[in-house]
Design a protein around this ligand. Structure first.
Ligand SMILES: [Zn+2]
Length: 68
């Protein structure tokens, strides 16, 4: 019995850096996605978040800091 340890990386939108669950970004409706990213950022309150302002995020959600 073989157990797969390979974990599938979530896809990230190259346009807005949002972590995407499906095949297209719900914000940009683009399929320009990347699995080569680093830095995980969860934005709950973008209006009061300095980090969110810095990376131009104005919607709550999960984001990647660096997308290649
Ligand atoms: Zn997007």
């Amino acid at each position: 019995m073989a157990v797969s340890t390979k974990k599938q990386l979530p896809k990230v939108c190259r346009e807005c850096h949002r972590v995407v669950d499906g095949e297209t970004c719900v914000i940009c409706s683009t399929s320009n996605l990347s699995t080569d990213w680093s830095g995980y950022l969860v934005v709950i309150d973008p209006i009061n978040s300095e980090v969110a302002k810095k990376v131009n995020i104005n919607l709550p959600g999960r984001y990647a800091l660096k997308v290649r």
